[in-house]
Write a protein that binds this ligand. Structure first.
Ligand code: C2E
Ligand code: SIN
Ligand code: SIN
Ligand code: FE
Ligand code: FE
Length: 497
């Protein structure tokens, strides 16, 4: 099959031109050719964009080098082979420098066909390479965008923050600033606009049925959509027609999670912007990633809700136990709740971190849980305890330890139940810890506990006056109690009572 070749020949001799054409025909080309011999005709012929130029080295009114210069000046990329009766090495080098593809001596014109063939093959190869490189570059840029988006989404912990960041980055990747994300509500499968930018924020109808409008049909048909202009698109949701500005179009792609369709991303732009296939591909890849991220965050949110439920259940359990204890030890009613509140306040004043307060709360409510191991005859005895009874009573912090250490979520709350009867000078029980060996929360709690015990009636004695109780606390500062805690405790009491 003969290959059509639109040829421009720069040559003053018609015979030489015919000869060149013949040589090309021998090589299997079917030249469709034109001969020029001056600059004006050459420039005119260039406008037809020939496939190939063959140019004589020297013509009466023109030259092959001048033809090369003119091509370069116009920035056109066109293959040119110089043909010459005789050409010096220097001239040949100059020609190649100027961009000639090859040069041929007229006496050797048998080579011409092959030289043209080789030049065309080389150009074709270079063009393919350029396209492949451009595609590779685009793919790399796309991967970079996807990587950036996916790594920035990884640390977000709420759906709202995730969608906001996702939309912002999607728009920036597509060079747009208007768009929105719709997701199905897990309960009723309606589509809800959960994140928006540009005029989408002004839409008042934010909930669509699957199949309804552009968003709904993209979702239901589960395929990307291009809407050249929203307001003239018959698929546009009539509910929003009045709020969508004229002269805007956009792309819509579905979001999937585990094969299931969960929403739609819309990116919009004012005309005459048209979204390209490449942008659509990129948006599809972003949507894929978005599906995974949304799935992850929904799992995370569910887990959080479940653990919040658990925290509520914990509170109820602890308060239940603490109440059961007070029921048994009738006279101390309200003691646990009072000491818990006062201990928390004192702990805050002492600069204890918020995340530790929950442990202090639990530990305070449960501080005497070990008294469950002490019999009624001892616990409710109206008079002083004898040695054997004291030995059992002094065991109650250890009972607490044994009980609570088996419950994972209460282990961090153990310090108060286990150490609230330790004394600052080391004379307390059960371990005889001294000074800062005693956990700070237990040092805080001890002051509050003794104060509240003293101003309450006990089976073994009546309540003391506040003044006497405070006097006792001051007297025991440095022996029973940590002096720093006593100081802040006295401050707090003087402010609250
Ligand atoms: P609790 O009644 O809750 O008292 C807690 C802590 O407050 C006591 O720890 C003690 O440090 C202080 N405290 C309470 N009442 C008095 C008091 O009248 N004078 C003084 N100086 N301090 C007081 P402690 O002593 O280690 O006692 C631990 C638990 O042993 C008490 O808890 C109570 O349940 C029991 N207990 C202590 N003394 C007697 C007693 O004489 N008779 C009976 N039946 N039980 C007692
Ligand atoms: C629609 O879904 O028809 C309205 C949303 C849009 O303007 O793309
Ligand atoms: C114990 O160590 O088990 C009881 C507390 C004490 O007597 O020191
Ligand atoms: Fe106690
Ligand atoms: Fe107590």
């Amino acid at each position: 099959m003969n290959e059509l070749l639109r040829l421009l020949i720069v040559e003053d001799s018609p015979d030489d031109a015919e000869l060149m054409v013949m040589r090309l025909e021998e090589e299997g080309f079917k030249p469709e050719w034109k001969r020029v011999e001056n600059e004006v005709d050459f420039l005119k012929a260039l406008e037809d964009k020939p496939d190939f130029i063959l140019a004589d080295w020297a013509l009466p009114q023109f030259s092959g080098l001048r033809a090369l210069e003119l091509i370069n000046e116009r920035g056109v990329d066109m293959p040119l082979i110089l043909v010459s009766g005789s050409i010096g090495e220097e001239a040949a080098i100059k020609a190649l420098h100027l961009g000639a593809s090859d040069y041929i001596l007229k006496g050797r014109s048998k080579r011409l066909g092959q030289a043209v063939r080789r030049t065309l093959d080389l150009r074709r190869y270079q063009q393919e390479k350029k396209v492949a490189e451009a595609e590779l570059k685009r793919r790399l840029a796309e991967l970079e965008v996807l990587y950036k988006i996916s790594s920035s989404l990884r640390y977000l912990e709420s759906l709202e923050a995730l969608l906001k960041s996702l939309l912002r980055q999607t728009l920036s990747a597509l060079n747009a600033d208007t768009g929105a994300i719709w997701l199905t509500d897990l309960k009723d499968s309606k589509l809800q606009m959960l994140s928006a930018s540009g005029w989408f924020t002004d839409l008042d109808s934010l909930v669509f049925e699957p199949g309804e409008g552009l968003v709904g049909s993209t979702y239901l048909r589960d395929e990307p959509n291009i809407s050249p202009e929203f307001v003239s698109d018959p698929r546009l949701n009539k509910k929003v027609l009045a709020q969508v500005p004229a002269g805007w179009g956009g792309v819509l792609v579905p979001i999937h999670s585990h094969e299931e369709n969960i929403g739609v991303i819309v990116v919009a732009a004012p005309l005459p912007r048209e979204f390209t296939d490449k942008e659509l591909k990129l948006l599809n890849s972003i949507a894929e990633m978005a599906g995974i991220a949304v799935h992850r965050i929904r799992l995370f949110e569910d887990l959080q809700a479940a653990s919040e439920d658990l925290v509520v259940a914990y509170h109820e359990t602890i308060e239940g136990w603490s109440g059961a204890l007070e029921l048994r030890d009738q006279e101390t009613e309200g003691h646990s709740k009072r000491v818990t509140a006062l201990t928390l306040e004192l702990a805050k004043n002492m600069g204890i971190a918020d995340d530790q307060l929950i442990q202090i709360y639990r530990g305070s409510l449960l501080h005497d849980i070990g008294k469950m191991g002490v019999s009624d005859t001892i616990l409710l005895k109206p008079g002083p305890l004898n040695d054997r009874e004291w030995e059992i009573m002094r065991h109650h912090p250890r009972y607490a330890y044994e009980l609570l250490a088996r419950i994972d979520y209460l282990t961090p709350a153990l310090n108060i139940p286990y150490c609230h009867h330790e004394k600052f000078n080391g004379s307390g029980y059960p371990r005889g810890l001294k000074g800062e060996e005693i956990p700070l929360e237990a040092r805080i709690f001890a002051v509050v506990d003794v104060y509240d015990a003293l101003i309450s009636d006990r089976p073994y004695r009546l309540a003391w006056s506040r003044e006497d109780a405070l006097e006792h606390i001051k007297k025991e500062s440095g022996t029973h109690f940590d002096p720093q805690v006593v100081e802040l405790f006295l401050d707090l009491i003087s402010k609250t009572e």
